[in-house]
Design a protein around this ligand. Structure first.
Ligand SMILES: NC(=O)c1ccc[n+]([C@@H]2O[C@H](COP(=O)([O-])OP(=O)(O)OC[C@H]3O[C@@H](n4cnc5c(N)ncnc54)[C@H](O)[C@@H]3O)[C@@H](O)[C@H]2O)c1
Length: 336
């Protein structure tokens, strides 16, 4: 199978490349413009260890740079994107072009030139907005927020409510990918992903908070929390996510045109402060924390229900957060 991965030297991309390389029959092409700070390290790792991978340095929207590969690919995994809400607020025009326009150019090119391909899109739970209409209550003992009307998580029937330019660019792309299945019969699948973490993640304050927190704790540096730190996320280990991609590719006729919420689920639900506690124990170091105002669009609680993807693809998260975190930390110790 020929697989083209956009954003393929980024965090999820590098993990996807390594996963699909396990099958010697797969041929992998990566398209990435290396705009994310630090991803050249992932690219060097891939180039040095797997010289057969084709890595094309290009913007996704510059199709001419890689159109031969695009036309001949069986599967396109579209991961490339600007990933920070904060950056999107500072540079909305860039976010629009980078995330929405370039994705549209890719999708429409595929419609015209490779309509039989399987196309996966990595969307986000941010398409549901800040969920302010949900009744979030603070559990005073556990010091975590709970969504009292959705105690088992949030599913795909949740209202769309794009907040921030990032929310808009990801959400609009998400809907385009779904609509191209409806209108043109293109084989697209959309994953609305919760917080993903794992090796090859270069977390920064603006995005990739688990990797950012563990890097700060490892280096005995302070952490800024935006909000009170009781906000809750379901954390999904990256390999589990790629397993879902693989299942979707294998069962594309069953899932084309569908969207799936996907996250670590109830069992892997932690508040920011709970994660810091785990890290303090791990490194035997008391992290210096400061607090700032909650950021726009931030959710007090998001846990993915994962029921639809379990029912249709038989997928569920396999990696316990503490085990996954150990893998991330051991990668960070060797690489950062
Ligand atoms: N990591 C998460 O927790 C998470 C959660 C929800 C959704 N997502 C989505 O998953 C995708 C991958 O996320 P990630 O965590 O691997 O991020 P990442 O920043 O590590 O990877 C994205 C890659 O895309 C590249 N890129 C950005 N714009 C590009 C463009 N126009 N053309 C070519 N390459 C470009 C970057 O250089 C980077 O290598 C993103 O689209 C993101 O919005 C991620």
């Amino acid at each position: 199978m020929k697989i083209l991965i956009t954003g393929g030297v980024g965090f999820i991309g590098t993990n996807a490349v390594l996963y699909f390389l396990q099958n010697p029959n797969n041929k992998i092409t990566v398209v990435d413009n290396f705009s994310r700070l630090g991803v050249d390290m992932n690219a060097t790792y891939l180039k040095n260890n797997f010289p057969k991978i084709k890595i094309i340095k290009s913007f996704v929207g510059n199709i001419n740079n890689y159109k031969k590969d695009l036309i001949t690919s069986d599967v396109i995994i579209h991961l490339a994107g600007q990933t920070a809400v904060t950056t999107s607020i500072i540079k909305p025009h860039h976010d629009f072009k980078n995330n929405l326009l370039e994705s549209f150019i890719l999708l429409d090119y595929l419609r015209r030139n490779n309509p039989k391909a399987t196309i996966l899109y990595s969307s986000t739970n941010k398409v549901y907005g800040d969920l302010k209409n949900h009744k979030m209550v603070l559990n005073k003992n556990k010091k975590i927020y709970i969504d009292s009307c959705h105690p088992t998580g949030i599913d795909e029937t949740e209202n769309l409510n794009f907040i921030s330019p990032y929310g808009c660019s990801k959400g609009a792309t998400d809907l385009y990918f779904l609509d191209y299945a409806r209108t043109y019969g293109i084989k697209t699948v959309v994953f609305r992903q919760s917080c993903i973490y794992g090796p090859f993640q270069i977390g920064v304050e603006d995005q990739g908070w688990v990797a950012h927190f563990s890097k700060q704790a490892l280096k005995e540096k302070p952490i800024t929390i935006f909000g009170d730190g009781y906000q809750v996320r379901d954390l999904l280990y990256v390999e589990d996510l790629i397993n879902a991609y693989d299942l979707a590719i294998k069962k594309i006729d069953k899932v084309k045109g569908q969207t799936f919420n996907i996250g670590g689920g109830i069992k892997n639900t932690y508040s920011l402060l709970q994660v810091i506690k785990i890290l303090e124990k791990e490194f035997n170091y008391k992290v210096k924390i400061s607090f700032q105002k909650m950021r726009i669009g931030d959710q007090k609680y998001f846990v993915s229900k994962n029921e639809k993807i379990k029912r249709i693809l038989g997928w569920k998260p396999e990696t316990d957060f503490k085990k996954g975190l150990d893998k991330l930390i051991s990668w960070q110790k060797n690489n950062l």
